[in-house]
Design a protein around this ligand. Structure first.
Ligand code: SAM
Length: 264
């Protein structure tokens, strides 16, 4: 993702043998190829020519050629070109194999110290404030860690919006991973926000936010729902529906319902 040494041995052996190799920027990938002494020609496949070039690549696959796709850095298709190409190739009956290797969201997560058992990768947040805040709000109840790509110029605003909407959760800013100025900064959203506001932040960034504490449901909240739900249906059915909606045990709702009915 930022270091020529991140390349895997298997990726090198495939690139040496591939009959066609497509990349985002030929000049950029040429540096990688020169470094490893790979002599094959590079052709461009990027957002601006993809619709035009894709049929040609599919034709090459139909002719039986082996075609490789690389991105400027990290794993192709992860916020990089290739998704439509892979889909079309699969639809046409071709075999797609992934060459697992470095990718910024996973490198950031595994150096973050945050729980890794449940996470969502969400790509870039919208750049406009309204849309960004809406997206963050939609993630408020997620039980997973949230992984975003962020541009350095927008980091401070994104951290502030996350703090406003999600509260002061633990978070990590992973910057320039595997490069000379690698930095993994851990703290609360408010601490990181203050740091981002008062420093000139440069480089490539992954932002990770820890999951929120699960909300504690009070007996009063359950009772309000029981009032509403008990009229049209039995206690058993109401307890089942409410338990599912609030994420609490059916037994707890049922017992509260019984007490409630006895008082009536
Ligand atoms: N396909 C790439 C991958 O698998 O890592 C991601 C491409 S995406 C267009 C580029 C974004 O990834 C950057 O803006 C940054 O948010 C993140 N990124 C890429 N390299 C990074 C690095 N070395 N350190 C931190 N973030 C990085």
């Amino acid at each position: 993702i930022g270091n020529l040494g991140d390349m895997t041995l298997r990726a090198l052996s495939v690139l040496v043998r591939a009959e066609r190799t497509y990349c985002e920027d030929t000049r950029h990938s040429l540096k990688l190829f020169n470094h490893y002494g790979i002599r094959s020609a590079l052709k461009a496949y990027h957002d601006h020519n993809a619709d035009r070039v894709r049929p040609r690549i599919l034709k090459e696959l139909d002719e039986g050629l082996s075609v490789a796709l690389v991105s400027d850095a990290g794993t192709p298709l992860i916020s990089d070109p290739g998704f439509k190409l892979a889909g079309s190739a699969i639809d046409a009956g071709h075999t797609i194999i992934s060459l697992p290797g470095p990718t910024a969201p996973i490198a950031a997560l595994t150096s973050s110290g945050l729980p890794t058992d449940n996470f969502q990768f969400l790509g870039f947040l919208p750049s406009k404030t309204g849309a960004r805040r809406e997206r963050i709000s939609s993630l408020r109840d997620a039980e997973s860690a949230l992984i975003f790509f962020e541009a350095p110029g927008r980091l401070s605003a994104a951290l502030k919006d996350c703090y406003d909407i999600l509260g002061d959760r633990r978070a990590v800013v992973a910057r320039e991973l595997t490069k000379m100025h690698e930095e993994v900064r851990r703290g609360s959203l408010s601490e990181l926000g203050r740091w981002a506001e008062t420093h000139k932040i440069k480089g490539e960034i992954v932002l990770i936010i820890a999951p929120g504490e699960p909300r504690q449901i009070t007996d009063e909240e359950i009772l309000v729902m029981l009032e509403r739900e008990l009229e049209p249906q039995s206690l058993k059915q109401a307890a089942r529906d409410i338990a599912e909606e609030l994420g609490v045990s059916r037994n707890r709702v049922y017992e509260l319902g019984l007490k409630h009915l006895r008082k009536k």
